[in-house]
Structures are given as C-alpha cells and as structure tokens.
Design a protein around this ligand. Structure first.
Ligand code: SAH
Length: 369
C-alpha cells in the first residue's frame, strides 16, 4: 500500500483485540506459531480477520491502491491484457481473472476500457478469487453490469487461456521468516512474553530450501519465504503454459529478498504488527525473484517499475485527454493522481510489475527486452 508514514520498528504488542486474546490462548495451550499462521489468522479469520470483516480501502480506510487513485491504472492494465490477447490470436473463450480484487474497481475499469476491443467481451469469462465476504459484496456492486464468477482459490480457475491481473494481492499473503544462525536457520515465531504476543525464535534447523541463501547471507540476517505466493504463481504459470495467456503481477517489493519486511498499517500510518491483531493490515514486500522462479514453463518479463510501465502504455496521453474535460479541484486531483502513480518518489518506482507469458508469444505491451 501507499502510505506517507514511517515504519515503526517496535514489534511487541498487547493482545487487546478479541482475535489477539484468542491467538494468545492458542499459543499458551500449544506453543508458538509461525509468522505465516499469525498473518493468515489476522487477515482472514472469518469472524475477526482484517479483510474478512471490512473494506479497508480508500481515504476513510487504512490504505489506498493504484486503481482507487485513478481509473487510468485499470484502463491501461485492461488495454495491456487485451493487446496481449490479440497478439496471441484472440483465443475464445478465455478466463479474465483477478485474485484479491478489493472493491472491484480495477476489474470494472478493465471491463469498461476493453469494450471496444472486437471479440474481447464476447470471449471473456470473468473470475474473481476473493476470500473476504465483505469485499465480495463490494465487488458484486461494482460489477453489477457484468457476469462474474467468484472462486475461493486460484486452483479453481478453469482450464482455459488465462489473462490475469493481481494488484497488491501477493503482498497480503502470509510469509515465514528465518534468521541465519551458523549454517542453519531459526524460524521467527509468534509466542508470548508476560501474556503479550511477541516475536521469538524457534530452535535452529538446517533447511534444504534455504541452502542457496547460505552464500548471500551473514549471521543474523533474516530471509523471508512466501509458500502461498509461490504455490499460486505455480498454478497461474501452469495454466498459461498449457493454454496461453498473460499474468500481470503488480506490487511493492524487489528482486531477491533480504531482511524483515513485515509491516502493519492502520489509518494510513505504520503500526506495530502485534498490537491489534485483526485490526491492522499486515503485508510484506513481494520477492519477485521467488515468484519468477516458481513460474515454470513460461517466460517472465524484466521486473519493471510501475511508472515506466504506465508511461510506455501511454498514461501521458490518457491523462491529457481526461484533463481536457476537467477544471479546478477535479483537474488538480487528476494531475496529482497521475503524479502519484508514476513519479519515482511516489508509487512509480516502489511498485513494480512482472508479467508472465507463454514461451512463443510476443513480449506484452509496456515491457522492454
Ligand atoms: N487489488 C485490490 C485490493 C488489494 S487488498 C486493489 O488494488 O485495490 C488485498 C485483496 O486480497 C483483498 O481483496 C483481500 O480480501 C484479498 N485477499 C487477501 N488474501 C487472500 C487470499 N488468500 N485469497 C483470496 N483473496 C485474498
């Protein structure tokens, strides 16, 4: 997410929420839990989970995202998907999919922007993967004019050409953290200290999956794994390798993870991830290298800054066209939104785009070789 506030390094908190009390009871009974289990409960617990119970997006919420900032983001993502669909011979029918669609704004902008692409709407079957009942209801409203199927998981995607966009989805998936100790690794786990949830270390163990990281880390370094994210990318890549398609993965993060990137945001400000379980958004930087490695059988583009990708897709011209219809505060807001999406000091370089596409397909629009 995009937030002006600074990260709080303190990571010890009081379990003041109902969910926090329940997690503390569970830990007292059966021992510390992984950070991934903690994150999954905080975000998706059906009764108290952060996403499960609320709509966190927008000015009145906790954070905002690119599609909520300007319609231009979804319009250009839609044209990128549609051009790639045309380049691949307009396969019909095909699946247009979005995991983690938030308020449905991005998909609504994609569908509106692609109405004029001959055959695109006739061929598409829209599928949304959403875990939150509260957000499914928002998506149903935003997409009331379209036929949409909701899925509980990416593994349920039909076997068909897959054109998919994921914006700020992978950063919400639960991470595990490991601290280097000698030639082994201690998992960072959530335990209790004087009744409060607090971060601790499990005993050191050797781990085959982290063996490659022994060469680029030092004692005490932290590395993160996101098993859910790599499994999801595996499913997406398999569909694209078999049937064709394109996946646009937009998120904040980098290539090759190192260090603790877990963060909590509440009311547009960073907070302690253990202070109010279920009431703050928890995310981690996306390690795009790990996603690219998990994308077997397909090609991936260079990891591209969001600003550069949008500029290559023509956001400058689109912004100018929209500006002609606006005056006063609306024009100022539009210009600020354009800057926010593209400028390196705003979201333009923190946010990155990685695309997955079939071996024999042309490079998707907006990317360079
Ligand atoms: N893409 C939207 C919203 C990002 S917030 C935007 O750009 O505005 C993250 C979204 O992912 C929410 O819709 C949340 O409910 C959903 N989500 C998080 N974890 C999920 C999971 N494991 N399965 C399905 N959806 C999930």
């Amino acid at each position: 997410m995009d937030s002006a506030a600074r990260k709080d390094s303190g990571k010890k908190g009081e379990h003041v929420t109902p969910l926090g009390a329940r997690i503390a009871l569970r830990i007292a009974a059966t021992g510390p839990i992984s950070l991934a289990d903690y994150m999954a409960e905080c975000l998706l617990d059906p009764k108290h989970g952060y996403y499960a119970t609320r709509d966190p997006l927008g000015a009145g919420g906790d954070f905002t995202t690119a599609p909520e900032i300007s319609q231009m983001f979804g319009e250009l993502a839609g044209l990128c998907l549609a051009q790639s669909w045309l380049d691949q011979g307009a396969p019909t029918p095909f699946v247009l999919a979005e995991p983690g669609p938030g308020r449905g704004t991005l998909m609504a902008d994609i569908l509106r922007a692609t109405r004029g692409v001959p055959g695109f709407h006739a061929g598409l079957r829209t599928h949304l993967v959403e875990a939150s009942p509260a957000l499914r209801a928002r998506q149903r409203e935003a997409l009331a004019d379209y036929e949409v199927t909701w899925l509980d998981g990416l593994q349920e995607l039909p076997e068909a050409p897959l054109f998919l966009v994921a914006n700020e989805f992978f950063d919400a998936l639960p991470i595990r953290q490991f601290e280097r100790v000698g030639q082994g690794w201690c998992e960072r786990v959530v335990g209790l200290s004087n009744g409060s949830l607090t971060l601790g270390r499990a005993p050191a163990a050797t781990r085959d999956d982290l063996a490659p990281r022994l060469s680029d880390t030092a004692e005490g370094d932290i590395v993160e794994l996101n098993p859910t994210a790599t499994a999801f990318v595996g499913i997406i890549a398999e569909r694209i390798a078999r049937h064709g398609g394109l996946a646009l993965i937009v998120d904040y993060g980098g290539w090759h993870s190192l260090g603790d990137t877990l963060q909590a945001v509440q009311a547009h400000a960073y907070t302690d991830p253990f202070a109010a379980p279920g009431e703050a958004d928890l995310t981690a930087h996306v390690d795009f290298e790990a996603l690219a490695r998990a994308a077997r059988g397909v090609r991936h583009t260079e990891l591209t800054p969001q600003g550069a990708w949008l500029e290559r897709l023509g956001i400058g011209a689109r912004a100018a066209t929209l500006a002609r219809q606006l005056t006063g505060p609306a024009l100022e807001a539009h210009e600020a939104a354009y800057r926010r999406l593209t400028r390196p000091e705003e979201m333009g370089s923190l946010f990155k785009v990685l695309a997955l596409y079939p071996d024999h397909a042309p490079l998707p629009p907006g990317f360079a070789r």
